[in-house]
Design a binder for this molecule. Structure first.
Ligand SMILES: Cc1cc2nc3c(=O)[nH]c(=O)nc-3n(C[C@H](O)[C@H](O)[C@H](O)COP(=O)(O)OP(=O)(O)OC[C@H]3O[C@@H](n4cnc5c(N)ncnc54)[C@H](O)[C@@H]3O)c2cc1C
Length: 419
């Protein structure tokens, strides 16, 4: 009988190492996280349960190290997009908010960590903190009060709405601004990757900057965690930068290249968002399969009713189609020599937006349809499906929301000129 492991995961593309790591993460989740999963919703403010769990995954199981070069204590695994996708999927089966917190912790390092654009000077300084014995949490701070989507819409808005500024004063950057919503902000984050501009209102790509700011730098302050509809394991809050000074070399690359490698981080995030959607849908598949097999209505198991079979068929197709698309793009990103892409190509961002959009629509539909046939039990926290239903909605919101994803996907395929 098929199981959730029979949905598409091309064996010739996903290495044995990555597959094994995925199994370790899944086993860890079953043993360590599932027992506390329902309590995490109450832990949204303190993160007393979540932070030790992040340490177990990122530090003790060595997930952080897989992405970093050996010179700074990492294990430098090849095919980082595929690796990140497996980790995202497996963690999201357990809790997509927790998957978000873990993946976003290393996301801000993507622009300096990936071959061939590693910044070894910064990696030598910060890599050992991520690969050491203690938990060190990263945070990618892009969104601002005015519009997160406009900042991510680099093709049309070209960074001109970014309000957070970086001014060069002698041998330091002076940073001022206000960020909202970044994953792992608040008291959890140790290091911010701050998306900012060296010239407010400029649409020159050379002015788009990403600069590292340690959370304990003078002038950094954070707000209280937001209480959200779901994803309690991901801590989001305001962050203020008030005349914060950091060394000049904390800019990730420099004029032009910061934007270029921001694009790679965006494409990887789109692939990971799709992987999270797949992880949630696989968990939903397991829940609804068991439920419709055991629940008897009108004298036979629920799944033997044609309307229910229609829902089950759709859930399976949503998982299969999203998986196939997601693994293909991860493969394309990891093997530019085959596909002819540079992984930081701006046009690749547009293409991966379509994947992220499809995945978020798929997971929303799968959760909603499965819940419909669990009756009142679907709304009970005991059965976990309502948690997935609440959490998954945010997969569609981040990275510019469904509006931006739709526009950019159409922009790629149809060469839109005005939108
Ligand atoms: C759980 C969670 C985690 C997050 N993590 C991070 C993080 O790690 N770092 C970070 O910086 N931010 C993070 N965010 C913030 C998120 O990225 C933003 O909320 C998102 O980009 C949308 O920005 P906004 O909320 O300002 O919406 P707005 O920019 O106001 O957009 C509102 C709506 O309009 C749509 N839209 C945008 N442009 C157009 C257009 N041209 N035409 C039509 N519609 C359009 C958008 O798609 C969206 O649906 C997170 C948010 C959540 C909920």
């Amino acid at each position: 009988m098929p199981s959730s492991d029979d949905f598409i995961r091309p064996r010739e593309w996903v290495s044995d190492f990555i597959t094994e790591l995925g199994k370790v993460v899944r086993k860890w989740g079953e043993d360590r996280y599932i027992p506390i999963r329902q309590k995490v919703d109450e832990d949204w403010r303190e993160h007393e349960l979540v932070v030790p769990m992040m340490k177990e995954i990122l530090v003790d199981l060595g997930v952080n190290a897989t992405f970093f070069p050996a010179e700074v204590g990492g294990t430098d695994m090849p095919e980082p997009a595929t690796l990140a996708a497996v980790i995202s999927e497996e963690l999201a089966r357990i809790d997509s908010g927790f998957a978000t917190a873990c993946i976003c912790s290393i996301w801000g390092m993507v622009p300096i960590m990936m071959e061939p654009h590693r910044n070894m000077e910064l990696l030598m300084e910060f890599g050992p903190k991520f690969c050491g014995e203690e938990l060190y949490v990263g945070c990618m701070a892009m969104t601002e009060p005015a519009s997160g989507a406009d900042i991510e819409n680099t093709g049309r808005m070209k960074g001109k709405t970014i309000q957070t500024t970086a001014a060069q004063i002698g041998d330091q950057w002076l940073i001022n601004g206000h960020k909202i919503w970044p994953s792992n902000s608040g008291h959890v984050g140790d290091l911010f990757t701050v998306v900012c501009t060296t010239q407010r209102g400029s649409s020159d790509p050379n002015d788009f900057a990403m600069i590292l700011v340690p959370a304990d730098a003078k002038g950094v302050s954070v707000g209280n965690p937001y209480q959200k509809a779901g994803m309690a394991a991901d801590l989001n809050s305001d962050v203020w930068f008030d005349n914060v000074k950091v060394p000049l070399n904390y800019r990730l690359h420099g004029p032009g290249d910061d934007l270029k490698y921001f694009h790679r981080a965006t494409s990887i995030a789109n692939v990971c968002s799709a992987a999270m959607a797949v992880g949630v849908m696989k968990s939903v598949y397991e829940i609804i399969k068991k439920w419709t097999t055991e629940r008897v209505v009108a004298g036979k198991p629920l799944k033997e009713h044609s309307l229910v079979a229609d829902m089950l068929s759709e859930v399976a197709m949503l998982i299969e189609s999203t998986s196939a698309w997601m693994w293909t793009y991860a493969r394309e990103m990891d093997h530019p020599e085959i596909y002819g892409w540079e992984p930081w190509d701006e046009r690749y961002v547009l293409k991966t937006r379509g994947l992220a959009l499809h995945a978020s629509n798929a997971v929303e539909r799968a959760c909603s349809r499965a819940m419909d046939y669990m009756g009142s039990y679907g709304y009970s926290r005991e059965f976990d499906i309502e948690k997935h239903w609440r959490d998954q909605k945010m997969i569609g919101l981040w990275m510019g929301g469904k509006g931006l994803k739709t526009l950019e996907n159409a922009r790629y395929w149809f060469d839109l000129e005005t939108l």
